[in-house]
Ligand binder design. Structure first.
Ligand SMILES: [Fe+2]
Length: 324
């Protein structure tokens, strides 16, 4: 192939504008309604590794086009290990703020048994990495704005590589040797999940992961911290575990210098490297006027590996499968 031909290819139109010096980029020059050739697909994959979060503005693609683009990053999973996808597109998880808003409710004696623990499944406001309660969390998440309110519903991202590197060498050396227990058990907290269309068990799930993860593509170390799912640090006394997690979770949520914020428009597609960032959102559900609907797809992930060679494993439940 000649150089002349290559410079006319769509890949050369891809432009990146960083959102912060450390995290995220706005991508222009690509029309995701069309399947991408090998060159732009490769450029997008590299951009994701470099910037960790990519924002494609107002693409106006449909569910099938989102699924096709998701395959740029690997095989696509069902919508979620617990929740069903759309009947016509089982890869798509639809989040509707008004419907899913019960996650934010307090303990309610009209709904909850008084002997149940007063803890619900993770609210979507909390910082997390997607699907870490399985041994092979998804590698990439793609989220598309379907109906977006006038204001509110932004998503925050945190750079887990920079967060790790900001810690002292002695603390990093200790964290490199630890594993965390990640759990999601909706039935135990009074929210038994509906049966799955595909007949698989909708939980409970628990997995043991390294607290520091070696990124499989870049080889860089990342703090592997999903506040809402991490129950404890394996092997520590409960108060030691709680104190360490309090500190790390405070750092994750409090380091605005390591964060990027994405404001949504209808049609926006936001793609993030689920191995390299944690996220929180929608961050202000109580204050949003109007509906917020987003459609999510996720890409198959491998078993995380720690600096000491520890490889993640399931404690309860099976691995997350793929379907397309
Ligand atoms: Fe999420």
């Amino acid at each position: 192939m000649s150089d002349t031909l290559e410079v006319t290819r769509p890949a050369t139109k891809l432009r990146l504008r960083p959102r912060t010096p450390l995290l995220g980029a706005d991508v222009t020059g690509l029309d995701l309604r069309q399947p991408l050739d090998a060159a732009p697909r490769s450029a997008v994959r590299k951009a994701l590794l470099d910037h960790k979060v990519l924002v494609f503005r107002e693409q106006q693609i449909d569910d099938e086009q989102q699924i096709v683009f998701s395959r740029t990053f690997g095989r696509v999973t069902p919508a979620h290990p617990i929740r069903n996808g759309l009947a016509q597109a089982p890869e798509i998880m639809e989040n509707i703020l008004s419907r899913d808003g019960a996650e934010y409710a307090g303990f309610d004696l009209d709904i909850d048994h008084p002997l149940r623990p007063a803890v619900r499944p993770r609210g979507r406001v909390g910082w997390h990495i997607d699907i870490t309660f399985v041994a092979n969390p998804t590698s990439v998440t793609l989220l598309r704005g379907i109906e977006i309110p006038e204001a509110g519903g932004d998503t925050l991202f945190a750079n887990l590589e920079a967060l790790y590197e900001s810690l002292s060498p002695s603390l990093r050396g200790w964290l490199d040797t630890l594993q965390a227990i990640h759990v999601r058990d909706d039935a135990a907290v009074g929210r038994p999940p509906a049966p799955r269309f595909d007949g698989r068990e909708p939980g409970p799930f628990a997995a043991l992961h390294p607290l520091v993860r070696i990124h499989p593509d870049t080889g860089r170390k990342h703090l592997f911290l999903a506040t809402g799912f991490v129950k404890a640090i394996h092997g520590l006394r409960p108060r030691e575990s709680a104190a360490l997690l309090d500190y790390l979770n405070d750092e994750l949520a409090g380091r605005a210098d390591l964060h990027a914020r994405v404001r949504w428009n209808e049609g926006d597609l936001v793609v993030w490297d689920n191995r390299a960032v944690a996220h929180a959102g929608p961050i202000d559900p109580k204050f949003i006027q109007g509906e917020r609907i987003v459609h999510r797809t996720t890409v198959e992930g491998d078993l995380p590996r720690g600096p000491d060679g520890f490889v993640s494993r399931s404690l309860v439940g099976e691995h997350f499968n793929t379907i397309s």
